[in-house]
Design a protein around this ligand. Structure first.
Ligand SMILES: NC(=O)c1ccc[n+]([C@@H]2O[C@H](COP(=O)([O-])OP(=O)(O)OC[C@H]3O[C@@H](n4cnc5c(N)ncnc54)[C@H](O)[C@@H]3O)[C@@H](O)[C@H]2O)c1
Length: 593
């Protein structure tokens, strides 16, 4: 085994500077190369800034920072690479540039040196043939920010020598990284699953389907992601993201979902590259700063703080999980609640579900016994919609069937007083259908709570083409009083969260089906490379494969996007009854503890 004792990095931008830091932290001497003095200075400043921040946060001692920086030799050009054992290239995502650099490295570096590219989507094989040693070339795809994210995708081509892969795997272990080793396919694991989602999120903003803040908040609060897709685009860099998408589109079977949304190109042309230029989807304190500052698109503070009219009583129709959650949230936040079910047996079930959940809250220290009793005292149970005559808002959470919901809205229209908000919690049906079952479509909207409603902080406020601005504003304020974060979106299948989440899960299934990577590796890649709280297969088993399939089918039927067609493997697993944790088996076997 060769052993890697000295390394080089070419290009000290967003990724290169981070990769230098990772190497130097682990004690390796690093030659850090840039194209000219100005770029070298920028790279050095990035490294100094990053290590200073680590010192300020107590993650690194000042002595260790000095030692770390002392291990780095900053140089213009590639001449300093003559003695290193491994070079990682991290220059912009252009094949011709990378090929040129690999050709030059091949001449400068000793014959035993390993040449690695940090490309996100280009063909490692095509880069390798620019050298006389393609068997010593591979991809080492670090994640952004490199010092923090644990994953490295090691990309071997058909000619990469096994000992080269082994040496780099051993190096990753020394760096404290987790590696997955995979073949040379556009986007590897993580980007192949990530970039369709990012592009789709940009299209939502471009088409004014939802605001940048709302799309980002939806994915953070609805899925627990560390950052929203637009903030992530800014971190990646819009120029880099454009190149990655463009390459994936061309290499990955011309999937339209990877064709870069025109807004990205416009922003790149306008110099709005994201954090590195100080402005992208958001505006930053200065170029390179992670701190977002308000700009002309930032919503005015407190704009959804005060209701334009008093709200006291909330009606909830239904007796299932979502209805119980919404009743609980409303009562806990001080509203009088009328909970209407279809009969006394359902009322009894709802009552015991409510008590069990509130008891759990007490046990977990989330509320006192007195709070629980007060909440229960605010709830009135009823078995007729007539009791909703004086409610200020009615939320329905009955079965997900359009005919049932439409009949209910027609009834509510007759019973409820004028001007009240009428809301559906549907996650897949068109809200406009419910609205048009009434004579007051201006007051009808969607309030899409997430399960479990008492825990999840997000509500999607769905406006139809007939919903009034006043109703939307009122709904946003109301969500705030329920301690929920409202995001407003248009009435389209999947709203924001499901429309962005489920195609990604479906893509993960397709990747598994194509035998490109194992479920474990795919789960690792998304958790360790992108900071997701769960990998796609873990999440699918929790959500239920039948639920995921139904949502994916809806998206496919409404949007007619060929890439949204449900993965055959997902269909087969559902047919086989492997529905996930709830039955003990989904993508994984959960029957053995
Ligand atoms: N940004 C991300 O989130 C991310 C994540 C993983 C991988 N990548 C990949 O990493 C690579 C670099 O991306 P980035 O976002 O860091 O780009 P970047 O634009 O931030 O940095 C590229 C750097 O390369 C330098 N450079 C250009 N030509 C050079 C040359 N001839 N010699 C030496 N240096 C040169 C530039 O001066 C610049 O500093 C790309 O292949 C990209 O796809 C990016």
């Amino acid at each position: 085994m060769g052993g890697i004792a000295a390394v080089g990095v070419v290009g000290l931008g967003t990724m290169g500077a981070g990769i230098v830091e990772v190497f130097a932290r682990s004690g390796l001497p690093v030659v850090a190369a840039e194209v000219d003095e100005a770029a070298l200075e920028r790279g050095r400043a990035t490294l100094v800034g990053s290590t200073d921040r680590a010192v300020a946060r107590g993650k690194l001692s000042p002595e260790d920072r000095d030692a770390l920086l002392g291990r780095i030799s900053f140089q213009v050009g590639l001449a300093g690479m003559a003695d290193v054992d491994l070079v990682v290239e991290a220059v912009p995502e252009h094949l011709d540039l990378k090929q040129r650099i690999f050709g030059a490295l091949d001449k400068v570096c000793k014959p035993s040196a390993i040449l690695a590219t940090n490309t996100s989507a280009l063909s490692v094989t095509e880069i390798s043939v620019a050298t006389g040693r393609p068997n010593r070339v591979l991809g080492t795809h670090f994640f952004n920010p490199a010092p923090i994210m644990k994953l490295v995708e090691i990309v071997r081509t058909v000619v990469t020598a096994p000992e080269v892969v082994a040496d780099v795997e051993a190096l990753c272990a020394k760096l404290g990284k987790v590696d997955v080793t995979i073949g040379d396919r556009a986007g590897f694991i993580a980007n192949a699953l990530l970039f369709g989602y990012l592009n789709h999120a940009v299209s939502m903003v471009e088409s004014r389907y939802a605001s940048r803040e709302d799309v980002d908040a939806a994915m953070r609060l609805g899925c627990g992601l560390p950052m929203g897709p637009l903030a992530l685009m800014d971190l990646i860099g819009l120029d880099t993201a454009y190149e990655i998408l463009d390459t994936m589109y061309r290499r990955g079977g011309r999937d339209r979902r990877h064709a870069p949304v025109p807004l990205i190109k416009q922003m790149v042309t306008a110099g709005l590259l994201g954090r590195k230029s100080g402005r992208g989807f958001y505006t930053y304190e200065k170029p390179g700063s992670p701190k977002v500052v308000p700009d002309e698109l930032t919503p005015a503070a407190g704009s959804d703080a005060v209701p334009s009219r008093p709200f006291a009583k909330i009606g909830v129709v239904g007796s299932g999980t979502m209805a119980a959650g919404i009743v609980e949230v409303s009562a806990r936040n001080g509203y009088d609640v009328v909970a209407v079910t279809r009969g006394s047996d359902r009322t009894a079930l709802l009552g015991s579900a409510l008590r069990a959940s509130l008891d759990k809250g007490v046990v977990r220290g989330k509320l006192t016994e007195a709070d629980r009793e007060a909440a229960l005292a605010r709830i009135t149970h009823a078995e007729s919609l007539d009791h909703l005559a004086d409610a200020d808002l009615v939320v329905e959470a009955v079965v997900e069937e359009l005919s049932v919901k439409k009949a209910l809205f027609a009834n509510l229209d007759e019973i409820c007083k004028p001007g009240v908000l009428l809301a559906t919690t549907t996650s897949s049906l068109p809200v406009i259908e419910c609205a048009m079952a009434t004579q007051r479509p201006r007051d009808v909207l969607g309030l899409h709570f997430f399960n479990p409603a008492p825990v999840m902080g997000l509500v999607e406020v769905v406006r139809t083409i007939r919903t009034s601005d006043e109703a939307v504003d009122l709904a946003r304020v109301l969500c705030r009083t329920l301690d929920k974060h409202p995001v407003v979106c248009a009435d389209r299948s999947g709203f924001v969260v499901n429309a962005l989440l489920f195609p990604y899960l479906n893509d993960a299934v397709k990747m598994l089906e194509a035998s490109y990577a194992s479920a474990d590796d795919i789960d690792y890649a998304m958790k360790l490379g992108c900071g997701y709280p769960m990998g796609p297969f873990e999440l699918l088993d929790v959500v239920g494969l039948d639920v995921a399939l139904a949502i994916q089918r809806e998206l496919y039927l409404e949007l007619r996007e060929p890439g949204f067609a449900p993965a055959p493997l997902l269909e087969h697993l559902v047919t086989a009854g492997y529905l996930g944790r709830k039955v003990g088996r989904g993508f994984r076997d959960h029957s053995v503890p």
